[in-house]
Design a protein around this ligand. Structure first.
Ligand SMILES: [Zn+2]
Length: 397
């Protein structure tokens, strides 16, 4: 049914549903995600190389993060979430404790606290898992064991875990929390790294596996996506989160052939970068190569910690543990459309703050940069936005 809708009505609906903000990436503007997404569920398959990290923003603006990439990906994932206006996570799903799934989650939890953390009941003796567990404990988030039958519902989306179905496995991958999220007629099945053993259990359990979009298990390894499982899910689209030229040979020809034979459209993060699916519950569209802030910068960790419109002072704080060079960065008063360019070689020390001041009484000081002696900020409300040297939004308040 959905397939027919897609084939015949998609072009019309795309323009009616997404047409207001134009085609392309306009509808994924950060401002919309802060206040809700106008009836659209967004699923961001963030390009974190050979790893997984998926952000869901529900139609009412709630955010769920499934995995957080490798250890090194933490700052990049934080940066991406902030660029999408995410200030709080309703839930984090840590599919299973391999580094390429939970590695970056400690950074995420420290910057953007989750209300609830869902994870399978398995505790490997690794440094990465220790770091993750410590961050969860410090955050005070509620911990819920992810297993088949547990639900993760939002006000307008339905989520249910379909795996794990057992309490012990030889292979850590099979502990993967497999989540199915449904919004209207469109559904997503997020497999983590679940392999054939878990897929077989899901089939035996007679759960409704059918989904519009399959986040392919284990980066396209041939240990996952059996023919029987694929037939049961019967997706229109398959998303593979995978690094270019990875040492494992993912995704494998065996799995890609299965998608080709079944006429399933495949999107890969190694080819398309970050992929964003948007759906109104009827139809789905994909944006590819959505820009992902570089992992080498700390921009996501620089915050506008205070905006004093009357006092004409904006405080910028570096929450990361590395110095940030603000050369080429800009502070923008959105209402007045006025722009302050940071002087070359302005450096923000780790944990440090500085103020950008304006107005008659404004003076430069050891921690204050003088913008102008004119008034800049509109006291009736004037969002401040901070852009990095690449012109990407680093913070907004
Ligand atoms: Zn993995």
């Amino acid at each position: 049914m959905l397939f027919r809708i897609k084939q015949f009505i998609l072009p019309i609906i795309i323009f009616s549903v997404f047409g207001l903000s134009g085609c392309g990436r306009a509808e994924i503007a950060p401002a919309q995600t802060v206040t809700g997404t106008n009836g659209i569920l967004q699923v961001h398959f963030i390009d974190v190389g050979q790893a997984d990290s998926i952000l869901l923003i529900s139609p009412d603006g709630e955010s769920i993060l499934i995995d957080g990439g490798n250890n090194d990906d933490g700052p990049e994932v934080v940066s991406y979430l902030k660029s999408q206006g995410v200030k709080e996570l309703s839930a984090i799903v840590a599919t299973h404790p391999h580094e390429d799934h939970i590695g970056g989650l400690d950074s995420v939890i420290q910057s953007i606290p989750p209300k609830t953390v869902y994870m399978p009941n398995v505790s490997p003796n690794t440094r990465t898992f220790e770091d993750f567990t410590a961050a969860v404990n410090i955050s005070g988030a509620k911990k819920v064991q992810a297993k088949a039958g547990v639900s993760l519902n939002g006000p307008d989306i339905m989520g249910i875990f379909l795996a794990p179905n057992n309490s012990s496995y030889e292979e850590l991958n099979n502990y993967s929390a497999v989540l199915k999220v449904t919004y209207g007629k469109v559904s997503f099945l997020f497999e983590g790294d679940a392999e054939d053993i878990s897929e077989e259990e899901m089939l035996r359990n007679r759960q409704n596996l059918k989904a519009t979009v399959l986040k392919v298990g284990h980066h396209g390894s041939k240990s996952s996506t059996t023919s029987e499982f694929l037939k049961a899910v019967s997706p229109q689209y398959a998303i593979i989160s995978v690094g270019a030229d990875n040492e494992y040979g993912h995704p494998t020809a065996t799995v890609l052939d299965r998608f080709a034979e079944a006429g399933i459209e495949v999107f890969r993060t190694d080819q398309s970068g970050t992929i964003v699916a948007s759906t109104d519950g009827e139809v789905i569209k994909f944006d590819k190569n959505v820009s992902t802030p570089s992992a080498s910068t700390s921009q996501g960790l620089v915050e506008l910690s205070n905006v004093d419109l009357r006092g004409e002072a904006v405080t910028i704080t570096n929450r990361s543990n590395t110095a940030v060079n603000l050369t080429g960065w800009k502070l923008v008063s959105e209402v007045g459309n006025q722009i302050y360019n940071f002087p070359a070689d302005t450096t923000l020390t780790p944990g440090g703050s500085l103020k950008v001041v304006s107005g008659e009484k404004a003076r430069a000081g050891s921690d204050s940069l003088l913008w102008t002696e004119s008034n800049i900020w509109n006291n009736d409300g004037d969002p401040a936005a901070l852009y990095d040297a690449q012109g990407q939004l680093a913070a907004k308040r």
